[in-house]
Design a protein around this ligand. Sequence first.
Ligand SMILES: NC(=O)c1ccc[n+]([C@@H]2O[C@H](COP(=O)([O-])OP(=O)(O)OC[C@H]3O[C@@H](n4cnc5c(N)ncnc54)[C@H](O)[C@@H]3O)[C@@H](O)[C@H]2O)c1
Length: 320
Amino acid sequence: MIEQIRTVAVVGAGYMGGGIAHSLAQSGFEVTIADVSAEVARTHLDRILGEAEQFEAQGLFAPGSAAEVRRNLRAADSIEDAVAGVDFIEEAVSEVPTVKHEVLARIAAAARPDAIIGSNTSTIPVSVMAVAVSRPERFLTVHWSNPAPFIPGIEIVAGADTDPAVIPLVKDMLTRAGRQSAQVADVPGFVLNRLQYVLLKEAMSIVEEGVATPGDVDTIVRSTFGFRLPFFGPFAIADMAGLDVYANGFATFEEAFGPRMAIPGLLRTTVDAGRHGTKNGAGLTRDYTPEEVEALVAYRSEAYARMAALLHDLGPSPVA
Ligand SMILES: NC(=O)c1ccc[n+]([C@@H]2O[C@H](COP(=O)([O-])OP(=O)(O)OC[C@H]3O[C@@H](n4cnc5c(N)ncnc54)[C@H](O)[C@@H]3O)[C@@H](O)[C@H]2O)c1
């Protein structure tokens, strides 16, 4: 097993692969990209370097960041040339299982035996892709979000055969690239897209039922619960709102929409145990001391005030 990931290849240097290569190169990793041909890889290299210059000129990354990307990034003539000798390979080709299988098989055949291979798939389970690689113990999903140079969170999905020792190495690489990672089980859609798709589906149902226009749905999402989400996930938000309040809300929803909106078992048992969130120091996943609640409220107030100031400074989206 390698001690630390230092060298990386990204296979498929399009929208996501290019952003991943940019992020890792900017963080000091030696990165080689490959695509369908040497020419396409070189075109992507030029694009990534141009974007790095543009990001720096806009003040989005520190002075010198584009030079760091240029220093650390190169384009290979082939997949085999890119992956030979590197510690970690990220596959980011099209979301088509047959294409992933063909590319992953080529990567596995040319990579070092101890190299770790990750896939950036958005939805395909590791179990479906792992059949293509010769060493499934070194294979996992490392799912970046769009746009990769800016979104900090990464989903890590280990398959049934993934060696658990691979996970801390990948997490360490992501931490050194300034990223936060979370490990989730090997199910289609993982966590990010499962939640995101449910939101989109419900938003579309709301529009189809004539409850609100798309514009008004967007305004509500951005300016109410979406406003909280950079700071808190749904569990912390429910703890702060009151778990008993949520339980009563689910009763109303179940009456209106049926079993699909019934109170979840986890919430029912938590409330039945007398746990109502921060208001009585007993939350869904943890207890809170009075000092912790005070600190949480102070953090929340500052976070929301600064978020409001940021949105005021930045102004609305140009296509809002
Ligand atoms: N676009 C998103 O918002 C997003 C977000 C997260 C994850 N993803 C996932 O990332 C992966 C890539 O998506 P994308 O949006 O960057 O697509 P993209 O079309 O921009 O890039 C895919 C790249 O793979 C290359 N490619 C295709 N077949 C190849 C082959 N046989 N050998 C070498 N290179 C090949 C293409 O030439 C292209 O450059 C997909 O699995 C997708 O589901 C996409």
